[in-house]
Design a protein around this ligand. Structure first.
Ligand code: AHG
Ligand code: MN
Ligand code: MN
Length: 326
């Protein structure tokens, strides 16, 4: 459902209205979304001024993923840590850019939620003015589990909220709390994310696939069979190299995005806890499907914080075409 332009509903008021539907709600969760919204506004500003402030390019360090960090990865990570670190209900923060989770407070000290995030997804496209984004996933803190990494290693079906902020021609905030997907746009003149679409639905079919075909020689045979089939069916190919951008197009227009196992990344490149799970939750809540290695992404029991998985996510019919070539 698209909201009439004159309906001024901010992210904050929308979350509070949603919260009012849950009598046991205490407002802590809204505070976390508010912190993520603040971080998104600050990162959006930084991303747009990165060239002028001379903070593009490599940091000269390698992160826990074995990938070279760009300076904006570190800047975005620091912004999120500062915005979320001050919120009393956050127990654990876990970032793509940090090897270990950060424990802020135990359950008995009020730590109710764990927030996992990819501070800047697609950051390698930043220096050519590509669209990048922040991906987040919110889990309940399991106060009985003393080990922070084990606390955050929960299957994606246990997420209580997930979403992303897209820094493109406009700044878009997409979120689900398990009751459908809502889309907000930042109005920079008033500094608020305004509700644009409530109940986003992913089209059931669209003849577009999104994959890095340069790796296709090392894809498992079923993916190669699917691509051969799609080439004969008049599909178009779209690939930006930024998960959050490639997925947002898939959410809005339909199609299928996939990152299969490759020679360089035999388990797939994308990280389960802060890329595949939040994206998969959004996809399912919008009527799409998310699969990893033939099973539902959200049912995978994580073993490690930075665990990688293959990902096939998108329209029901389009993911079906990929799966039936298995
Ligand atoms: P990140 O920038 O957070 O490291 O993520 C990059 C990921 C994802 O955004 C994208 O889909 C994928 O890397 C692209 O990988 P290839 O360049 O190997 O296609
Ligand atoms: Mn990423
Ligand atoms: Mn990243």
């Amino acid at each position: 459902m698209t909201i009439a332009r004159d309906n001024l509903m901010s992210l904050q008021s929308h979350i509070l209205a949603e919260e009012a539907k849950h009598p046991s709600a205490t407002g802590d969760f809204s505070w976390i979304i508010s912190a993520i919204s603040l971080a998104g506004k600050v990162i959006a500003h930084k991303v747009r001024r990165a060239r002028l402030e001379g903070v593009l390019g490599d940091q000269g360090t390698i992160n826990v993923q074995g990938e070279s960090q760009v300076r904006m990865d570190v800047i975005a990570n620091d912004i999120i840590m500062r915005c979320l670190g001050s919120r009393a209900s956050v127990a654990v923060l876990a970032s793509e850019e940090q090897e270990e989770p950060t424990i802020l407070r135990r359950g008995r000290e009020g730590g109710k939620y764990c927030v996992l995030f990819d501070p800047l997804d697609g950051s390698s496209t930043l220096d050519t003015c590509g669209t990048v984004g922040t991906i987040f996933s919110i889990l309940r803190n399991d106060a009985e589990v003393p080990d922070a990494e084990r606390t955050v290693c929960q299957p994606g079906r246990q997420q209580i909220a997930a979403g992303y902020i897209l820094y493109g021609p406009s700044t878009v905030f997409v979120i689900t709390t398990g009751y459908g997907v809502d889309l907000f746009e930042l109005d920079p003149h008033i500094g608020s994310f305004l509700l644009v679409t409530s109940g986003v639905r992913m089209p059931q079919r669209q003849k577009t696939y999104s994959v890095n075909e340069a790796n296709s020689a090392s894809f498992p045979a079923e993916y190669q069979r699917y691509l051969k089939w799609a080439h004969g069916e008049g599909y178009s190919s779209r690939y930006i190299g930024s998960l959050v951008s490639d997925f947002h197009r898939t959410l809005m227009k339909g199609g299928v995005f996939m990152y299969p196992p490759t020679q360089a990344n035999p388990s797939g490149k994308l990280r389960l806890l802060y890329e595949a799970n939040p994206i998969g939750f959004i996809a399912e809540q919008a009527g799409g499907v998310s699969m990893s290695g033939g099973v539902r992404t959200l049912d995978i029991e994580p073993a490690k914080l930075h665990q990688r998985v293959p990902l096939v996510v998108g329209s029901v019919e389009e993911v079906g075409h990929v799966l039936r070539h298995a």
